[in-house]
Design a protein around this ligand. Structure first.
Ligand code: OOG
Ligand code: MG
Length: 256
């Protein structure tokens, strides 16, 4: 199959904000392995459009997300500088199809990690952890996809926001923090950081082995979103959304 051609379809859908049908419908030969090659090609198109890679996101690392999406295996995507928003910022629905928001925990990696690593290695290579929110926007109609489809689509990446409170993971135990997702000041989703792969640092270790299997390293300077702790909720015009993480403060966005 022509990876570049499939990437072009996804890229077009992304920039025009027009949903498409599942790639696997036209290309049943799209395996997860091949889907990462399509993702690589999609990112090359984004980089050509002056975007820069700044990290990774893990996806489907919690039971709530697996249940919501009907897909049951962790996946990773790439974060670019264009996706980064500031907490409190107003974001537009323009250029998005059917965006949703979900609460996350982010890791700031300051030493390169390669291959199979332990949770302790992750902690040793990480300069900080903070609260985060991710805005996902599948390019597929009704957010319906199989595992290869979502991987090819860079795991529904759209935007993300990091919180201002950054804690040292060697001193701050983040394994069971209460997490609330608020809409207009009211709590709408509840979770714990323990929902993220049992331990969010284990999700980062899993990312390292997934990258390692492709001959890649998790480079120093990367931001990593460990995966949503709760199901995602749709963004509505005029509303404000916040993720509140115990000990890590609050991160918010407005939809303007
Ligand atoms: C796939 C992306 C999942 C997460 O945190 O689990 C994800 C999707 O739900 O469209 O970002
Ligand atoms: Mg996510």
């Amino acid at each position: 199959m022509d990876y570049k051609k499939v990437a072009q379809i996804l890229f077009q859908s992304q920039i025009e904000a027009i949903e498409i049908g599942k790639i696997t419908q036209d290309y049943p030969e799209l395996t997860v392995e091949r889907a990462y090659l399509v993702q690589d090609e999609l990112l090359k198109l984004q980089f050509g459009n002056r975007e820069k890679k700044i990290g990774y996101k893990m996806g489907l690392t919690s039971k709530s997300k697996m249940k919501q999406m009907g897909v049951h295996s962790p996946i990773y995507g790439v974060l670019t500088d264009r996706m980064k928003c500031l907490s409190g910022e107003s974001i537009s629905l323009k250029n998005r199809i059917h965006p949703k928001v979900e609460p996350e925990i982010a890791f700031l990696i300051d030493q390169t990690l390669q291959g199979r690593v332990t949770v302790q290695d992750v902690l040793n290579s990480c300069s900080g952890v903070c609260a985060a929110m991710e805005i996902i926007d599948s390019r597929y109609r009704n957010f319906e996809f199989t595992l290869p489809d979502v991987v090819a689509d860079n795991c529904s990446s759209s935007s993300f926001v990091l919180g201002d409170v950054v804690k040292n993971p060697k001193e701050f135990d983040f394994r069971n923090l209460g997490i609330i997702l608020e809409k207009d000041g009211s709590p709408v989703q509840f979770g714990s950081s323990a929902a993220i792969y049992g331990d969010p640092a284990a999700s980062v270790a899993e990312l390292c082995s997934m990258l390692g299997a492709r001959g890649l390293a998790l480079e120093a300077g990367s931001v990593v979103l460990a995966g949503a702790a709760t199901a995602a909720i749709p963004l509505e015009l005029g509303s404000e959304y916040a993720a509140v993480v115990q000990g890590l403060g609050r991160v918010s966005i407005k939809v303007g």
